[in-house]
Design a protein around this ligand. Structure first.
Ligand SMILES: [Zn+2]
Ligand SMILES: [Zn+2]
Length: 148
């Protein structure tokens, strides 16, 4: 199924099941918008009636994110569900991937943490305090001494 060119007439005739694998390139996502790990699974059902197209879609995949506190990259599994309703266009086909792209960008969190408990970086030496306390004088030791 070519998700970039879904026939409006076919949608009017029948519900169309969506079951596809998409990657960042297929969605036209820039690295600054969202980084994908491999492929995500797009599934759902689309139909058209009364001059409207309705798409119930789910996207499941894994994103590579950068923690706002410790700046480490980590993988973040996501699952989104959308109901998209748009007026049927004059064109004969619709590009479902542009809808998914727009919905996905809206859902992207502004700030992400690898863990709610992330200790971040030492303001003085820059050590990742998740790896252990640093030796800066006066630094707040976030771990008890026996961990050393
Ligand atoms: Zn972190
Ligand atoms: Zn330090």
């Amino acid at each position: 199924m070519d998700l970039k060119h879904v026939s409006v007439r076919a949608l009017e005739a029948n519900e169309v099941l969506v079951d596809a694998r998409v990657n960042a390139e297929a969605l036209g996502l820039e690295e600054t918008e969202m980084r994908f790990e491999g492929e995500a699974i797009l599934s759902g059902v689309m139909s058209a009636s009364g001059g409207q197209i309705t798409a119930d879609l789910a996207l499941e995949g894994s994103a590579v994110r950068t923690c706002a506190r410790c700046l480490e990259e980590y993988e973040d599994d996501f699952r989104h569900r959308w109901q998209i309703v748009v007026p049927a266009p004059k064109e004969l086909t619709v590009n479902v991937l542009t809808w998914v792209r727009e919905e996905l960008i809206v859902e992207e969190p502004m700030s992400t943490l690898c863990d709610d408990e992330c200790k971040g970086l030492c303001a003085d030496c820059g050590q990742n305090l998740n790896d252990g306390p640093c030796n800066c004088p006066g630094a707040v030791k976030s771990q008890s001494p026996e961990n050393k």
